[in-house]
Design a protein around this ligand. Structure first.
Ligand SMILES: [Zn+2]
Ligand SMILES: [Zn+2]
Length: 247
């Protein structure tokens, strides 16, 4: 049976250098539940090393967690990648790390904490996660799709680090599954409208870097199950699946 699913699929953790140290598994799950979210997506910059911990924390509280990553392209465009299968996500991780140079400057950008589901720090990631990969937007989207993932252009209304902001246009033939608009872009009537999105399905998520921002905006879908497969159908308006509301 189809159900209403309130989702915030763009949440960072303490692994992102710009993510608050409080973005730890139990707190993220607690905040998400208090905001009435049914499903969240974990998308740290160029890394998915905290995904399993948040998934385990989510299981205990009956919160669905999709694993993902926010990949930075060569052109400094952010692309959200979400997966049903951890193996597919780890394949993308290998590709991203292979194409990501440099070491993190902790003083300048912040610590990159890898944690377990009990919020204990188990490692410090030393890679330059805030940097850009050597992959083009087209290559990233192709890799995501070849691994059965969902590819959404992040915060396209922003001037920096967005597809439209960085390139000034949407490349022809780019097979994105959707475009995300920032919380500030949602209208009082809870509508999303962005002429430059060229007809791509629109979603809004929080891009939370701090606990209080989790669920700041969300998209409610009509889905049979909380999976990427079902989200893809909803974004295409297929088999009764759809985007219902923004909040
Ligand atoms: Zn971003
Ligand atoms: Zn982000």
């Amino acid at each position: 049976m189809l159900k209403k699913i309130k989702a915030d699929l763009h949440i960072h953790t303490c692994l992102s250098p710009c993510g608050d140290m409080e973005m730890i598994p139990t707190l993220i799950v607690k905040k998400a539940k208090s905001k009435g979210l049914d499903m969240i997506g974990i998308c740290d910059h160029n890394s998915s090393e905290n995904v399993i911990a948040i998934k385990k924390a989510g299981e205990k509280s009956n919160l669905k967690v999709l694993g993902g990553m926010e990949v930075t392209s060569k052109e400094e465009v952010h692309i959200l990648a979400l997966f049903d299968n951890d193996k597919d996500l780890s394949k993308l991780q290998k590709i991203v790390y292979k194409n990501l140079k440099g070491e993190n400057d902790e003083e300048l950008f912040g610590y990159q904490l890898v944690v377990n589901e009990q919020d204990e720090i188990i490692d410090l990631n030393k890679k330059m996660l805030i940097g850009a990969t050597d992959l083009t937007v087209d290559e990233i989207v192709e890799f995501i799709h070849s691994l059965n993932g969902l590819a959404i252009a992040s915060h396209v209304d922003r001037e920096r680090f967005s597809l439209i902001g960085q390139l000034g246009f949407v490349p022809e033939g780019l097979e994105l599954d959707g475009m995300e608009l920032s919380p500030r872009y949602i209208s009082e009537k809870k509508k999303l409208d962005f002429p430059m999105a060229s007809g791509f399905p629109l979603v809004t998520f929080s891009d939370a870097h701090y606990p209080n921002d989790i669920g700041k905006t969300s998209t409610t879908f009509l889905l049979d199950e909380m999976t990427v497969v079902e989200l893809k159908k909803a974004l295409k308006n297929r088999d009764g699946r759809s985007i219902l509301t923004y909040s």
